[in-house]
Unconditional design. Structure first.
Length: 93
């Protein structure tokens, strides 16, 4: 969140945290995943493998997401034009 807020789009942080999520997505809670998607969208970093992973994790845990998590994720995926219909269907339910 902070790196995006500061607009550090080219920061190695994005690569490092993206790699960490791809290695062990289950270690991150829904807020962290949604905020990560938000951060990537805020600095316009479209990382398809990471977004696919985040979408899958959020879909499988959508019942544990709060409204803010869902709103952040929906905004991020829409902003990056990452069409994950199953995620949007899960959010809509």
């Amino acid at each position: 969140w902070a790196m995006a807020k500061l607009r550090y789009a080219d920061s190695p942080w994005f690569d490092s945290v993206g790699a960490a999520v791809l290695r062990s997505p289950g270690r991150f809670n829904t807020q962290e995943l949604a905020n990560l998607a938000w951060a990537f969208a805020t600095v316009a970093r479209d990382d398809e493998p990471l977004l696919g992973c985040v979408a899958g994790e959020l879909r499988s845990r959508v019942a544990r997401c709060n409204g803010q998590d869902l709103a952040n994720a929906a905004w991020a995926f829409a902003t990056l034009d990452h069409d994950d219909a199953p995620l949007f269907d899960a959010i809509a339910e």
